[in-house]
Design a protein around this ligand. Sequence first.
Ligand SMILES: O=C(O)C(=O)C[C@]1(C(=O)O)C=C[C@@H](O)C=C1
Length: 168
Amino acid sequence: AAPAPAMSGLTDAIAGRLALADAVAASKWASGAAIDDPAREQVVLDTVSQLALDRDLDPGYVRGVFRDQIEASKTVQRRLFAQWRLPGQTAPPATPDLGPVRAAINELNVAIVDELAASRDIVTTLRCPPELTVSTAQTAADAGFDPLHVAALVQAGASVCTVSTGSS
Ligand SMILES: O=C(O)C(=O)C[C@]1(C(=O)O)C=C[C@@H](O)C=C1
């Protein structure tokens, strides 16, 4: 097999977290809960800030990456809700208890911060945007993501590289 792209550990962890948005959405549909849960978002952001400090990463950088994880999850959840509201469509059956899926998200949060630490030297360089693009494409293909999840995966990676490639 070809070697894995340099940042595929990170994009695999991001994709694993994003894939859980489907289970979150199904659970919220079953319980009638809102997609947006600002209190849970604060817990996630505060937790990953501490994980960042433990690894000598900039907590502001890591919070920014996780704001994108949360927004990407909501992109998927909102689209699924919109689909399930269509005539003749239904949500998959799910338990209204978010506890188990949030436990899985917590584990992937740690994995993502670990992968950000492993990629700390590349994220500030001009190699980051192309490596992230290649890894994202490989991860999306391996995961069998549909266009919605591919778009959300790209959204989730938007703040990973701290080098600007835009002309100014
Ligand atoms: O845990 C939830 O309820 C989710 O929907 C997941 C998540 C997240 O990505 O961490 C996303 C949106 C919510 O506002 C809170 C958290």
